[in-house]
Design a protein around this ligand. Structure first.
Ligand code: ZN
Length: 78
């Protein structure tokens, strides 16, 4: 079975849509705020994770569907 393509999800600022660059020396966890370098607003970590996981699921399910369609086509090939 072919492995699913890898993908990345960037965390985007909830206010200005700039890519968030977190402090790499710090580990973020639930309840933390990540300050946007572009607009200076504080982004709620939990909201960012929510959005990232929703987008991630969409990407994964799309890839699984495409893979499955190909698999079915191959099965019914003469
Ligand atoms: Zn921002």
């Amino acid at each position: 079975m072919k492995e699913l393509e890898s993908f990345t999800i960037d965390s985007k600022c909830l206010f200005c849509d700039a890519t968030l660059i977190g402090d790499t020396t710090k580990k973020y966890s639930s309840g933390d705020l990540i300050k946007c370098m572009n607009c200076g607003e504080n982004n709620d970590y939990d909201s960012l994770i929510d959005i990232a996981s929703t987008e991630g699921l969409e990407v994964v399910s799309k890839q699984v569907n495409e893979h499955f369609e190909k698999l079915v086509k191959d099965m019914f090939k003469d």
